[in-house]
Design a protein around this ligand. Structure first.
Ligand code: ATP
Ligand code: MG
Length: 475
């Protein structure tokens, strides 16, 4: 028990004397207080893990000391002592978070059991805190990049080659292909993984704040600079700076960035002395960077500096065989997150995922599956649960589309009695059909009748009966 300390507080010195002997015998260090304020002050002594407090003390009573300490976030365990055991005191002590409560006079055997239990609890708590923190840390740092396609395997090979070195990596790819994730993967597999990973997004930071965002500023550098601020370069010292959407960086800042990368030092805004930093740079963009260079929106010399190695993440539609693996990963992840059992995809739903073009890439796939896991009524996710745009219209027959749309409505209607459902629904089928065809023929009824394959007079009658406003057709 070495290193463990207890605070004992009582205005009765004979009690303090007894407690001190008792604790010393248990190899617990002792700090003594004779009144409330003193007890409060001494509680912050390093190593205090246990406090045994009398209730009735001059200056501040023990319950108050306890309440304040707990409010301030104290992790010590408290045992409260009092001469008179009233229910109010006991309740308050426990309510304020005391470990236990003991009435004087007590015998030391009773106190010993209590102290032992408190110490045991502290050990457990500490272990628990430790474990949760370690777990959190691991999860936060564990970067999983899913993919078995040839393209992704090649990316892994490159990462394997460059992660351990300090070379600058430029990651290219459409939005949502995993550029930031890849940057984290490179960082966490390199020698700087213990250092920070700091991201700065050129597209998200307003143009005139970008400079101080990157380099920080000195106190008084401009109105409003009331305190000095560290920039992302300084924050990333010893780690990795991820220049996200670097293609959107203002051209005037590009020159400055280039100089910093070459010289490995910079001046804060309003700063006189250079700041030296040791950072690894990973940059990413979803822009066509060669085009940006050709159009003079991006400096060629900066591009040369950034693309020590270039990794291109292909769009998801170009690596369809990653879809299933990614889908499994997301299903597992979101099922875990939301509870309620592991959800799976029906074979048709998997087909739908594989034939969808994924303009938003892996991010979109993740979002679609998060929603489906959350909203699908059963454990098996159907194609309807995925609620994919467009693809459904391309692949499904008209009948399937209409059935899917009609089903929720029919499900909700009463199944008994007279409903006149047929007469109610049919105009909703006919009207859009006729309207859409009329829109295509720009209101020409002769043509529309031909396309529809109905008589011109029939069409005229339908337009009237269905109350289709010819003047309101969309162009
Ligand atoms: N291969 C992958 N395995 C697992 N998760 C992935 C993968 N690729 C992307 N993701 C996830 O998809 C989401 C989008 O990825 P990320 O933010 O890295 O994309 P990005 O290319 O930086 O997109 P943007 O250009 O829009 O910033 C993130 O939640 C990321 O964790
Ligand atoms: Mg990104």
């Amino acid at each position: 028990m070495s290193g463990l300390k207890a605070l004992i507080a009582d205005d009765d010195s004979s009690i303090l004397w007894v407690l001190e002997r008792f604790l010393e015998e248990k190899k617990i260090g002792v700090v003594k207080a004779e009144n409330g304020p003193e007890a409060s002050a001494l509680l912050s002594t390093p190593g205090i893990a246990l406090a045994i407090l009398d209730i009735n003390m001059p200056g501040k009573d023990g319950l108050e000391v306890l309440r304040e300490a707990k409010e301030a976030g104290s992790r010590s365990e408290f045992i409260i002592m009092t001469a008179e055991s009233t229910m109010k005191n006991t309740l308050e002590a426990m309510k304020f978070g005391a470990f236990d409560y003991i009435t004087k006079p007590f015998d030391l055997g009773e106190l010993e059991i209590m102290v032992d239990r408190a110490i045991e609890t502290m050990g457990l708590k500490a272990r628990l805190v430790n474990l949760t923190e370690r777990l959190k840390e691991r999860l936060a740092h564990e970067t999983v990049f899913i993919g078995k396609s040839k393209a992704v395997q090649n990316v892994f090979k490159t990462v394997g080659k460059v992660a351990g070195k300090d070379v600058t990596v430029l990651v290219l790819g459409e939005s949502g292909t995993g550029k930031e994730l890849l940057a984290r993967l490179i960082h966490s597999n390199g020698p700087r993984s213990v250092g920070p990973f700091v991201a700065v997004n050129s597209a998200a930071v307003p143009r005139d704040l970008m400079e101080s965002e990157l380099f920080g500023f000195e106190k008084g550098a401009f109105t409003g600079a009331v305190e000095e601020k560290k920039g992302k370069f300084e924050l990333a010292d010893g780690g990795t700076l991820f220049l996200d959407e670097v293609g959107d960086m203002p051209i005037d800042l590009q020159a400055r960035l280039l100089r910093v990368l070459q010289e490995k030092e910079f001046y804060k805004v309003g700063g006189k002395a250079p700041v030296k930093v040791d950072v690894r740079i990973i940059a990413a963009t979803n822009q066509d960077i060669d085009k940006a260079v050709a159009e003079k929106r991006f400096r060629e010399d900066l591009l040369f500096r950034l693309n020590g190695v270039t990794v291109t993440l292909p769009a998801l539609r170009e690596r369809k065989n990653d879809v299933e693996l990614l889908a499994d990963y997301f299903l597992e992840k979101f099922s875990d997150e939301f509870g309620g059992g592991k959800k799976t995809l029906s074979p048709k739903a998997m087909d739908a995922l594989e034939s969808y073009p994924w303009p938003g890439n892996v991010r979109e796939l993740g979002n679609v599956l998060r929603r489906a896991v959350l909203l699908s009524p059963g454990l098996a996710i159907s194609p309807e649960d995925l609620n994919l745009p467009q693809a459904r219209h391309r692949k499904e027959s008209i009948e399937e589309i209409i059935t899917a749309r009609l089903r929720p409505f029919i499900d909700k209607t009463d199944h008994k009695g007279k409903q006149e459902l047929y007469d109610f629904i049919m105009p909703f089928m006919e009207r859009p059909l006729i309207k859409l065809v009329l829109e295509k023929t720009k209101g020409n009824q002769v043509q529309a009748a031909e396309v529809l394959g109905i008589n011109r007079n029939t069409l005229r009658k339908k337009i009237k009966d269905l109350n289709i406003k010819l003047g309101k057709l969309r162009e």
